[in-house]
Design a protein around this ligand. Structure first.
Ligand SMILES: *Cc1c(COP(=O)(O)O)cnc(C)c1O
Length: 389
């Protein structure tokens, strides 16, 4: 046998290991100090009541002869896809039920979807970026080009007509920068994709955090997107399902004459046996009026933390983006170097994530997250203010 040689082209990611290592060393040397982690990239609030109750009920059904269910449909149960369709429709976006595919989460989808595309495609990825987009294409051996996010463009790069790309990843609101495209910005990407016969893979994992009413939650709010875009969504951040596992993808039939839609069904029926019935019932409960209200309360708590971080940075004159429509705040390190700033902040017992770990353009920047408690976030911000003051 021959191993996939592309794996040797993957860059080892030391980011989170190095963060953990430096934090542990500091904690050992300063046992008296309470360390506050604002580097958390995972939700912390529990799953909402509506989803828990639906999950318990579904688990009980599985133990009753009359209600037991075995394998479900590859594309997900209709009860859940109906709810997803209605969720979109409430925003004026119409999808057919057969354009929606349920999955165990967005990470599987953003990488799995590559099965549909030839190796001989150029992939365009923003920089800084969620590392999964890059690594899953490196594993397949595709050529990758980058779109530079900078302070000047607010970390929202726009298409460059001189650059030819076939597969384009966009994540908005973005991880790690928290920046979110407006309709005008997304329209430029849609126009570019249509002109170049490219496909956009739109990662909407954080759409539920958008508070600015003028911003699009879905790329399909942009005219022409159904001809060029696949949208990937997740219950992970919306509903705290990171440990539950549920996501969905929209592949419009208007994209390339419906071929990708049909191919994805064929792919799923070969490689996947569906998300669990219990979890799909939990997802269905999230997308009810009551469920949406409950998950909205959790997101509001995170967003209160995000606003506090953002306000503190504004007060201390630190350039930053994100935080208003996203649980991530991306700041320009006073002093420049990402890791030096990490160490400085660690000295006051606050942990964040150096931007350099998300790509070259992240050097000199830093990510803080809103997933800790309000009290801890407040304490961290008082320490940060004192440190910078
Ligand atoms: C957290 C996250 C996801 C969600 O992944 P799941 O597999 O659904 O948990 C997707 N995209 C980005 C950019 C994320 O940060």
């Amino acid at each position: 046998m021959k191993l996939n040689p592309n794996y040797s082209n993957l860059k080892e990611s030391y980011l989170f290991a190095e963060v953990a290592d430096r934090t542990a060393k500091f904690a050992a040397a300063h046992p008296e100090m309470k360390i506050i982690k604002l580097g958390i990239g995972d939700v912390t609030l529990p799953v909402c009541r509506a989803a828990v109750e639906a999950g318990v009920k579904a688990a009980q059904q599985m133990g009753e002869q009359s209600a037991f269910r075995g394998y479900g449909p590859y594309e997900g149960y209709e009860f859940l896809r109906e709810k997803i369709r209605a969720y979109y429709a409430a925003r004026g976006v119409m999808h057919g039920l057969d354009e929606i595919f349920v999955s165990d989460g967005a990470k599987s989808d953003v990488s799995g979807i590559l099965d549909l595309f030839d190796r001989d495609n150029t992939v365009l990825v923003p920089n800084p970026v969620y590392p999964v987009y890059v690594d899953s294409n490196v594993m397949d051996g595709r050529k990758i080009v980058y779109a530079s996010g900078t302070e000047e463009n607010g970390f929202l790069p726009l298409p460059d007509r001189k650059v030819k790309a076939d597969i384009i990843y966009i994540c908005s609101p973005n991880n790690p920068t928290g920046a979110a495209y407006d309709k005008e910005g997304l329209k430029k990407w849609v126009d570019y994709a249509v002109e170049n016969k490219a496909v956009i893979l739109f990662d909407a994992a954080y759409e539920f955090f958008i508070s600015d009413k003028s911003l699009p939650h879905s790329i399909y709010e942009i005219e022409g997107a159904k001809q060029c875009a696949i949208e990937i969504c997740s219950f992970s951040k919306t509903a705290g399902f990171t440990g539950v596992r549920l996501g969905y993808m929209v592949i419009p039939k208007a994209l390339d004459g419906g071929k990708p839609n049909g191919m994805w069904f064929r792919r799923q029926s070969t490689k996947y046996n569906g998300a669990s019935y219990i979890v799909q019932r939990m997802g269905e409960a999230v997308l009810t009026e009551q469920g949406l209200k409950q998950v909205g309360e959790n997101v509001s708590k995170y967003m209160k933390n995000a606003a506090l971080i953002s306000d503190t940075l504004s007060k201390t004159g630190v350039w930053h983006t994100g935080g208003v429509n996203s649980p991530y705040i991306w700041l320009k390190c006073p002093g420049g170097d990402s890791w030096k700033f990490f160490d400085r902040l660690l000295c006051v017992g606050v942990v964040g994530t150096p931007g350099a770990g998300f790509g070259e353009n992240g050097e000199g920047y830093f990510r803080l997250t809103a997933f800790n408690t309000y009290d801890n976030t407040l304490e961290a911000m008082l320490r940060l203010e004192k440190m910078l003051g």
